[in-house]
Every structure is written in C-alpha cells, then in structure tokens.
Design a protein around this ligand. Sequence first.
Ligand SMILES: O=C(O)CCC(=O)C(=O)O
Length: 290
Amino acid sequence: MNPSVSTLSPADRVIRSVDLPASAVGTVANGIEDLYTGTLDVIVVRQALDPATMDAAGDRLDHSDGVGWERPNQASPVEDIGMLGTPATPTYKAPTGPALDAYLKDAAWHRAASERIFGPGFDALGEIERTLAKFSGGRPVHLPVSADGRQYEPFTIRRLVDGTQIGLHHDYHYPLPLYKEITPQCDTTTLISWVVTVRGPEGGGELVVYPIPTDEPNPPKMPNGWSWDVDAVEKRYPSARFPTNEGDIFLFASGRCLHRVNRIAGPRARITMGGFLALAKNHERVLFWS
Ligand SMILES: O=C(O)CCC(=O)C(=O)O
C-alpha cells in the first residue's frame, strides 16, 4: 500500500476515486496498479460498454420468467439476490463458497446464455476482456485455467429487486478453499471487483464505499460479532457513493475497502454483470474471474 495512505486512520481519509467518460479512459490506463497501491480506491468509467445493448439486455432479463435466477441468499430476504452463474464468493447457501469442482462445472454457463441475454453478435466475454485491458497497463488480461484444463467463469449476472441490497462486506476471498489454485498465482495485496451496469434501478442501487480495511481495529459490529453495524459505520467513517447507469463500469479495491450496494427502490431491478480481477504475482498479467 502507498505509505501516505497507510499512515492515516480510516476515519481521517477519504475514498480516492475518479469518474470519467469513456473517451478519457486512457488517463487510467494503469488503473489496476493504482487500485493495488492505494493511489485510487474506485474507478468509474461511464458508458464503457454500449448502453443500448445493456439496456436491451436488462429489459429482457428483468421481464422474462424463464431466465432461471439462482437465489443463493434467499435465507435473508433483504439480501435475496438473483444470480446467473455461480459466484466465487461466500453466500448464505454456501458460507465458505462453492466447492471448486462444482464451480468449474458451472463456469461455462455463459456460452449457452450470452446470445439469449445480449442478442446476437455481442461477444460478452471478448467485450469484458477488452474493457478490462484498458486498465491493465498493457498487461495481457485473461481467465485462469484450472489444473484439469477448465476455464474459470468470466462473469456472473446479478439482479436486485425492490427492497433488496448487498450488505456491508469486503471481498478478500483468497483464503476460501475454492481459491486454492488461483491464490498462488496472484498478488494478494488486494482483490479488485469490476462491475458493469446492465440495468439501472429507479431508486437506490448505488455502490457505497468506506475507507475501512479488513484489519480495522475495533470494527463496528453488531452484538452477534460478525455482521457490520451499518449505522455506526455511517456515523464514524467517511464514505463515497457511486450511482451508475447502463454501460458504466466500476473497478474498486473491494478486498481493501468495506462496501455495500444501497437498497433498491421501485419496480425496475438493478442488474449488473461482474466479477473480480487480480494482478499476477509477477505483475506481468491480469487474471479475472467471477
Ligand atoms: O454491484 C454489484 O453487483 C456488486 C458489488 C460488490 O459488492 C462487489 O463487486 O464486491
């Protein structure tokens, strides 16, 4: 981490962010490294992917019944997210993440589903790879491949409807059993989340980011000892909010900065596609997965 960042306590520092039009993406050409060093915490680029394609996909996803949303957080109604794909994260259904084999079995779901979601002629995997490469400082960007030759999942699609949210959390997932093959390949200083907005809701849905690291002393937690006390976090720390629209992408240091997605209000769902990325240990390439 950049020393000028680490000498400040979280309550004294602010979230360092840039919010750029797609035409200025060149100013963050080494943005992934900037997120690692702490020079930046959040990068937002507006209309990085075609907003009309995203809007049409969002409309289809929000209105067709046969999409087959998984509901891994159904046990907690306020966190009841709809998912396409299997996330490489803890969920209520799989508190320590899915088993690697189950995850890899499902990792190619997007190949059959992409055309149905985004329409013909849209190469979702290629678009993501090319978009993430704009922040990679010239490093190749690619999916990890498992020891038995299977490709990791490039993205999941997430749907939050009226009254649902993503609660406060970090995304430092390297210690999960599922990461046993990826973690040794990565610089684990932090983990980066990348998220493209496919459909923006009428109200809520902003990403809210706090300068609170995973090793924060005396973290404001609820009496159960593990869930964050959102009121105390709001009172004690600065935060930054990032509303997004169709086609916008954000990348942020989700392994370092506590964050949440604000509760959705209104009949339009918030739909995003996203995942994680990391610098390889030798900093010569970027790995991404979901
Ligand atoms: O906006 C999203 O879909 C997820 C944001 C988030 O919590 C993450 O990527 O860690």
